[in-house]
Design a protein around this ligand. Structure first.
Ligand code: C5P
Length: 396
């Protein structure tokens, strides 16, 4: 594989030297493109020596008149590591004002970025929004490690170990058989909102991140994906069709309609189990409507997974998720049977912070048995879930 490594101006730039060596050790060809700022941390000559001269900074001082297009056409994978907040922002908005960012825009190969920066820069709303935009466009984004940062602060922002970056890139970029090629997949995702009145609702803490990871993993495996999502702040992969809903009943109607056309349904949504029996059209007022506010009558919502599980046709695969706080595996096994699912992905939400987090610890439960996966990023969990589903569809 031809790997183009982009190095940006950050204290972790020196670790890109080791990243070059990791790819070379694994038998890949490497070229490097640096920003001007990166050369303040590591000299161009260092990367030139490591790559037998294949390291560049400038759009204009090259024998090739259009070096960004030549590099973009050459690369099988473009890995920006470390990637500063500035380059994340430029990439998200399509700014191409140097060789690295112009090449990013011209690339049609898979793009990987490993953000590394101060914890507050990483957690800022602007950086997070830029990373969401990039993810939604199919860019692979590696979560930074947590630890003691160069600035003296502690938190997420460290460039992960170069060996694990190289493994992560290879796992995604090397041509793999499209395990779900030609399959149509339905994903429910996010929370639902059940109105109490014009301004209040019942909902939960689901961010939609796990659903989004499942959507991208299914797309990467060659499937055609429709996602039915409750209100979320994240974006789904731009290659998917997104149907936005608010309530469980709306999600149920949309899922029932789409189900006949799909091979696989994956219910990731955290559907509210109950809803107010009736929602007031206006705002219930404190003082005037105290009685109505103190006593909201609740009725159960339809169980979408259970309906799909009990209406599936020969060859259709239905998968659910189960968030439990106790007896995780036992409850998930019960759910597998009662909901007619082919697999339940169980996670212990008491033992680990799951809502809004970037990683997860889950157990895959099928009739054949259970497989406990260690702590993995939500992207890696999604890949494992899709691989397990692919083997089921191959057998069905
Ligand atoms: O019963 P419980 O809510 O724990 O089951 C979780 C699984 O069921 C998830 O896959 C979730 O998407 C699905 N579910 C559903 N409709 C509901 C409740 C849960 O599809 N009303």
């Amino acid at each position: 594989m031809k790997v183009l490594i982009g190095v940006t101006g950050c204290i972790a730039a020196y670790r890109a030297c080791e990243l070059v060596r990791e790819f070379q050790r694994a038998g890949h060809e490497v070229s490097v493109v640096m920003t001007e700022a990166a050369t303040r941390f590591v000299g161009l000559e260092t990367f030139a020596a490591l790559t037998q001269g294949h390291a560049k900074v400038s759009l204009f001082e090259d024998e090739d008149p259009i070096p960004h297009i030549a590099l973009a056409q050459w690369a099988d994978a473009f890995v920006v590591a470390p990637c500063t907040a500035n380059v994340c922002a430029k990439a998200a908005s399509g700014i191409a004002d140097d060789l690295l960012t112009s090449t990013l825009l011209a690339c049609t190969c898979p793009i990987f970025i490993a953000p590394a920066m101060n914890v507050h820069m990483y957690e800022s709303a602007a950086t997070q929004a830029n990373l969401d935009v990039l993810r939604a466009r199919g860019v692979h984004v590696l979560s930074p490690d947590e630890g003691y940062l160069a600035c003296g602060e502690v938190g997420p922002g460290k460039l992960p170990d170069p060996k694990s970056i190289a493994q992560w890139v290879c796992a995604h970029a090397e041509k793999r058989p499209q395990a779900l090629s030609g399959k149509r997949v339905l994903v429910t995702s996010g929370p639902t909102q059940e109105p109490i009145d014009a301004v209040r609702f019942i909902s939960n803490r689901s961010s939609g991140k796990m659903g989004a990871a499942i959507v991208s993993a299914a797309l990467d495996a060659g499937a055609c994906v429709t996602v039915i999502s409750g209100p979320v702040a994240i974006s789904y992969d731009a290659r998917s069709e997104v149907i936005s809903v608010m309530t469980a009943e709306e999600m149920f109607q949309a899922a029932r309609k789409a189900f006949a056309e799909v091979d696989v349904a994956i219910c990731v949504a955290a559907v509210a189990d109950i809803r107010p029996e009736s929602a007031s059209a206006g705002k219930l007022k404190k003082g005037r409507d105290d009685e109505a506010l103190a006593c909201i009558s609740l009725v159960p919502n339809p169980d979408i997974l259970s309906w799909l599980g009990h209406h599936k046709q020969e060859g259709q695969v239905v998968v659910g998720f189960a968030a439990e706080t106790e007896d995780v595996v036992a409850f998930a096994k019960e759910k597998l049977a009662s909901k007619g699912a082919d697999m339940i992905v169980a996670n212990d939400v008491a033992a680990h912070e799951v809502f809004g987090a970037d990683d997860d610890v889950v157990t895959l439960i099928t009739e054949e048995g259970e497989e406990e996966l260690g702590r993995l990023s939500k992207d890696a969990v999604a890949n494992e879930v899709i691989a397990a589903i692919a083997s089921m569809t191959a057998n069905s």
